[in-house]
Write a protein that binds this ligand. Sequence first.
Ligand code: PRP
Length: 177
Amino acid sequence: MKDDRLSRILLDRAEIQERIRTLGEQISLEMRGLTPCIMPILDGGMIFTSDLIRQISLPITLIPIKASSYGKERISSGRLDLTWGVSPLVRDQDILLVDDILDTGLTLTKLSSTLLESGARSVRTCVLLRKHHAAHLHSDYIGFEIPNEFVVGYGLDHAGQHRNLPDIRCLEIEEKA
Ligand code: PRP
């Protein structure tokens, strides 16, 4: 069903795939000699990760992690829930955390420190999108810098919806008075 609130495409599927191809090349070059343990941050990071790992020409392992801080809201709760905890298999691994978006930075900051405390040898991060207001927050690999808009599609949701859209779209929602 057509939803007028989703009419604006911010990044289309072809430009997303082309950027992922170059990110994969860069990661393969900069992590050469390692067997990165790729950690998609579910749910949002699932689709990006599945495309990214097919552009990485290194041996990898894959350990998903499930973290959430937004629930059904558009604003971070400020609390990160780890549904499964951290696998003991991360010990001595060179981790690449992969997420769809860097917004407040809570998810990547908390997970990076938890992984290092759990014995990871190194932790790098890769995000597809970084919001403008997060420009001061570090990630080792960044796909696109985007404006401070609420975006959905390609893994990103609003209240659990729209993750399966192939393009990334702005979701226009009227703010409550
Ligand atoms: C979203 C998104 C990132 C995180 C980014 O996850 O997928 O993981 O928020 O925001 P931050 O930089 O403010 O931490 P969410 O909590 O909505 O869970 P989801 O991935 O299951 O949608």
